[in-house]
Design a protein around this ligand. Structure first.
Ligand code: F6R
Length: 369
């Protein structure tokens, strides 16, 4: 069942090009028209939505954070992301014009199920993004958009995460199409870019030798910080979560801009800092800002490990290690940038001799509140 891989997690990381391709399959007609037939919410209702709240836990919530950037950019609908277990207990503002998007690999996470139930009682429309056919959360939602990542066996989520991000892109583009926020040509271009990501993910996996070697050399590391900005921020948090779960190493993901507001005090000689750098071709000064964050931690003695876009030479002089990922648009980059961080955590845990499929204290689906 592991297809010759040493663990389910390694297999599932390698399944990712297919997981993304399967999630994209059959959902557009090639001309920039999205066909989310399964999404049985009345399109007229979707046109009246004035707020989106994404509800999820753990890795799925990081997929939700990526979704926020994409959906707000493409659809101009205010989008909040909230941990399911926090949502219900704060008297949230939810009504018929709120679209709840829950994200759950298992479809059985009790915290998310209870949050969806609560939102539905308040009159919200609920869409479930889920990887498990016929599970409880999709059954209790108005509509479901299945991710087609295939069964995920390893406790730590990998391929489901990339498939979730892919599904939220489709949902965002569908809403933008429906509401006329993007031209058909723009949607077509983004879908064409998305269609190229499976091959690019395969390239990242094929070129992971260096990151594996680095991970094995870091088996004694006590703490690792992850920095990212924009969509790189949830990627950084996901990288940190994978390392905590699998290698039992203290790890934190920060928004790079937050460094000077506190976390930079943690930097001392030898502190490992992994930085997710946005594309230098992106808009605004995002790239330059992150490069200057690398300089800041480097100047204080950090061991800097950088994930950057192929051809980005500007990071080399500040990075002890650079791992390149193929070019893509800023919003789609999480599909690529996450992969080296998953491999890093897998290899570090393997170097420490841990069971990567069944980390201690964790369960695959958390069916208690
Ligand atoms: C992390 C991980 C968990 C789950 C979380 C939500 O690797 O697997 O953080 O993402 O428990 O689970 P689902 O998506 O099944 O609701």
């Amino acid at each position: 069942k592991k297809d010759g891989f040493a663990s389910f997690m390694e297999k599932e990381i390698n399944d990712q090009p297919d997981a993304v391709a399967q999630t994209l399959l059959g959902r557009n007609d090639g001309n920039g028209n999205l066909t989310l037939d399964e999404l049985r919410v009345d399109p007229e209702v979707l046109k009246t939505i004035n707020k989106i709240i994404v509800l999820a836990c753990g890795t799925s919530a990081y997929a939700g954070q990526v979704a926020k950037y994409a959906i707000e950019h493409w659809c101009r609908i205010p989008t909040e992301v909230e941990l399911s277990h926090e949502f219900r207990y704060r008297d949230p503002i939810v009504d018929e014009k709120t679209l709840i998007v829950s994200i759950s690999q298992s479809g059985e996470t009790m915290d998310t199920l209870m949050a969806v139930r609560y939102a539905r009682e308040q009159g919200a429309k609920t869409v479930s993004i889920c990887n498990t056919n016929g599970s409880t959360i999709p059954r209790e939602s108005d509509a479901v958009l299945y991710t087609h990542a295939g069964p995920e066996i390893a406790v730590a989520s990998t391929k489901a995460f990339l498939a979730q991000i892919t599904a939220t892109y489709l949902l965002g583009l569908y809403l933008a199409q429906l509401r006329g926020n993007l031209f058909q040509g723009q949607i077509k271009d983004i879908l064409a870019e998305l269609a190229k990501t499976p091959a690019k993910i395969a390239t990242v996996i094929a070129n992971a030798g260096q990151i594996k070697d680095l991970a094995h050399s870091m088996a004694e590391t006590r703490t690792v910080l992850f920095l990212g900005r924009h969509v790189g921020y949830p990627v950084a948090m996901e990288g940190a979560l994978k390392l905590k779960e699998l290698a039992y190493i203290h790890a934190e993901g920060f928004a790079a801009g937050e460094l000077k507001h506190g976390p930079i005090a943690l930097i001392e000689e030898g502190q490992a800092v992994i930085v997710v750098v946005p594309s230098p071709r992106g808009r605004d000064s995002l790239h330059a800002k992150v490069v200057s964050n690398i300089q800041e931690v480097r100047a204080r003695g950090a061991k800097t490990i950088v994930i950057a876009e192929e051809g980005d030479e500007s990071v080399r002089e500040f990075a002890e290690h650079v791992f390149y990922i193929p070019e893509t648009s800023t919003l789609l980059a999480p599909l690529l940038a996450t992969v080296p961080l998953q491999i890093f955590a897998l290899e570090l845990a393997t170097a420490k001799g841990y069971d990567v499929d069944q980390p201690r204290n964790l369960a695959k689906s958390v069916t208690v509140e």
